[in-house]
Design a protein around this ligand. Structure first.
Ligand SMILES: *Cc1c(COP(=O)(O)O)cnc(C)c1O
Length: 362
């Protein structure tokens, strides 16, 4: 028997979550963001659940090729645009729309030979200071692009630094409007947090939800995935491979990091940090055993972790342990809760699912 660990990608949940994003921005078209191999879900596996999107947004050119190989003829947007001049050849060949965020990318376009002019998304730096033209450079960049025969349509884009937090998007949005108000072209401004929290008030022709589509709340713990009506897109489940009773004073795992203060029943689970489970997750990180909520004990090791079975007397070798996602009995453990316990985000956990974990879809 293969080692009892398995990830499952929930096709219906992806579809449902995409519909939630659509409902939050009913007048906008929706890019399903599938960068980082669909946030660890696998582009090919996620595609079926996401094919009702209006387009796919990603940043690796290889991933764009994979989406075209799936037969997708609709829009594909490269969120970081070309990384060098030669990338524009692939954009021409596969009809990829691409972000333009710096002068070098305009230089490459100006030198690019193509029969089909490109659609580009001109990015404004609205405060993140990673990519995009500063407000005082933006309009001259637009004018320069607009004069190029290689460009046929210019859309306007920015990415918010604070859509998930208390600062919100008002200031960045004011800046975007001030700089772009009289420029023609479609607008795209919203990631998941902005789509769910702010889209109703924003003039945006396209939204770009990523994390929400995979069933994680972009603004946890202010909201939980269930508050937004999102369902887990991925379940990571393993089984108990050992069960034992330990007396008060016994320790569990490396470094004796957990010491029982009473007699306990514990289980050993076939999941460790080499599977992508976060090593930093401390004692008390939530898990489901046969769909019943419990907690981890002691340090996570490479191939195993331990859980508390004291309150789950029916648990036995072979019992299902849900590390995140949906248990067989329907109980849900949000990836956001596990991530918060490990001082990270659902984003990082789903992207870090290890290669050695077998994945199926349902
Ligand atoms: C990743 C990304 C998104 C999606 O962000 P989420 O927080 O996952 O919704 C949207 N826009 C850009 C430019 C991105 O890089």
């Amino acid at each position: 028997m293969p080692r009892p660990i398995q990830a499952t990608i929930h096709t219906q949940a992806l579809h449902h979550n995409l519909q939630r994003a659509r409902a939050a921005a009913p007048d906008a078209r929706v890019w399903a963001v599938v960068k980082a191999n669909a946030y660890g879900h696998g582009i090919e596996r996620a595609f079926e659940g996401l094919r009702s999107a209006d387009g796919f947004a990603l940043l690796d050119l290889d991933e764009a090729v994979r989406v075209r190989d799936l037969g997708w003829r609709g829009p594909i947007l490269l969120l970081e645009g070309a990384f060098d001049a030669r990338d524009l050849e692939l954009c021409s060949r596969l009809n990829l729309w691409h972000t333009v965020h710096c002068q070098e990318q305009i230089d490459w376009l100006a030198a690019h030979k193509t029969h089909e002019p490109h659609r580009v998304f001109l990015k404004l730096n609205s405060g993140m200071n990673r990519l995009g033209f500063d407000p005082d450079e933006y309009r001259s960049a637009w004018t320069r692009l607009n004069a190029l025969p290689q460009v046929d349509e210019i859309s306007l884009m920015t990415h918010f630094s604070d859509a998930d937090g208390p600062k919100g998007v008002a200031e960045a949005m004011q800046l975007f409007e001030r700089v772009t108000h009289d420029l023609p072209g479609e607008r795209t401004v919203c990631n998941s947090a902005a789509t769910l929290r702010h889209a109703a008030g924003l003039p945006t022709d396209w939204v770009r939800p990523g994390i929400a589509v995979y069933g994680s709340a972009p603004d946890f713990p202010a909201h939980r995935a269930a508050d937004w009506g999102l369902l887990p897109g991925m379940t990571l489940a393993a089984k108990l491979i050992a069960v034992r009773a330990i007396p008060a004073g016994a320790s569990v795992g490396y470094g004796s990091a957990f010491v029982a203060d009473k007699p306990m029943r514990i289980g050993t689970v076939a999941c460790g940090y080499a599977d992508g489970y976060p090593r930093i997750a401390p004692t008390g990180t939530p898990v489901l055993v046969d769909g019943v909520r419990s907690r981890t004990l002691g340090r996570v090791s490479m191939d195993m972790l331990c859980v508390d079975l004291t309150e789950i007397p029916t648990a036995h070798v072979g019992s299902e342990v849900t590390l995140w996602g949906r248990a067989a009995n329907g109980a849900v453990l949000s990836i956001d809760e596990v991530a918060a316990s490990a001082q990270t985000l659902g984003y990082e956990l789903m992207c870090a699912l290890a290669q050695r974990v077998p994945v199926t879809t349902d």
